[in-house]
Design a protein around this ligand. Structure first.
Ligand SMILES: Nc1ncnc2c1ncn2[C@@H]1O[C@H](COP(=O)(O)OP(=O)(O)O)[C@@H](O)[C@H]1O
Ligand SMILES: [Mg+2]
Length: 260
């Protein structure tokens, strides 16, 4: 057995979180603690609550009970008045960066403008600072040459790499990836996974990745969580969960995904 590292400061903490849509409890007293800098892969069947967990951490969903903290600050159960024009955005919104399956780039803005938009508006960087920062992250994802292109002129893989650069440009403390390769043609998946691998290696950022790419999860993650029916039913190293799973439901799931 490899020696388990002493957990450092918890960075994301969910305690007994209850999330319901109408009368349906999607998460029923879910608890989870992720230490600073840990790279966590979240796997499980469709509908098990993976996206809901990410959306809660990002502050995109209200919840009914329990508590969520990111970097020691609460993510409120209810969105307050901050969505109203003129009210300041709470810090947790930009401490957490999220990349979605659908890239959600602004089609009418260039690649560069897509990346500088939030640093200018939210972080209030100067135009020069925002531009320099955007170009450095575009370089990291291998797309400096596309700075002045529009999203519609890029492949899906390139658009997703822009979306990753856009998330990084906010200097988030936590990065969430929700099935970011699921909408891509198979030949474009590799380039996006390579970019995420490099980020995971270089950045101290805490990362939580929902993925169906099991080889990728095994390479990148320090820890794998298997979710089913709104519960975390297996939690361990990639070796424990993906290579030699003891849980029969995890075994069944892995057999199903590896067939595809
Ligand atoms: N906005 C919503 N309204 C109603 N039900 C939802 C909503 N979002 C998710 N759900 C339900 O919550 C459960 C978990 O969904 P989700 O977190 O998207 O699962 P996963 O990402 O693991 O596929 C599913 O049963 C889904 O139908
Ligand atoms: Mg999902």
């Amino acid at each position: 057995m490899p020696e388990v590292a002493v957990p450092s400061t918890p960075h994301i903490v969910l305690k007994d979180v209850v999330k319901a849509f109408g009368n349906t409890r999607v998460l029923d007293r879910l608890s989870l603690s992720i230490p600073l800098g840990q790279k966590v892969a979240l796997i499980g069947p469709s509908g098990s609550g993976k996206s809901t967990v990410l959306r809660l951490i990002k502050g995109l969903e209200r919840y009914q009970a329990g508590s969520i903290e990111v970097a020691g600050e609460p993510v409120p159960a209810r969105r307050g008045g901050w969505r109203w024009p003129g009210s300041p955005r709470p810090a947790f919104v930009h401490r957490v960066g999220m990349v979605f399956q659908q890239f959600n780039l602004f089609p009418h803005l260039t690649v560069l403008e897509n990346i500088t938009e939030a640093p200018l508006r939210v972080l209030r960087l100067t135009a020069e600072e925002a531009r320099a920062r955007a170009l450095s992250y575009l370089d990291q994802v291998g797309l400096v040459g596309k700075a002045n292109a529009y999203p519609g002129q890029l492949s899906g893989g390139q658009q997703q790499r822009v979306a990753i650069a856009r998330a990084l440009a906010m200097h988030p403390q936590v990065l969430l990836f929700d099935e970011v390769t699921s909408a891509l043609d198979p030949e474009l998946v590799g380039e996006v996974l390579a970019v995420i691998r490099a980020i995971a290696d270089e950045q101290r950022t805490t990362m939580l990745l929902v993925t169906h790419e099991m080889t990728f999860a095994r390479d990148v993650a320090d820890r794998v969580l298997f979710m089913e029916g709104g519960k975390i039913i297996a939690d361990g190293t990639p070796e424990q969960i993906l290579v030699a799973p003891t849980n029969t439901r995890t075994q069944r799931f892995l057999r199903a995904v590896s067939v595809r």
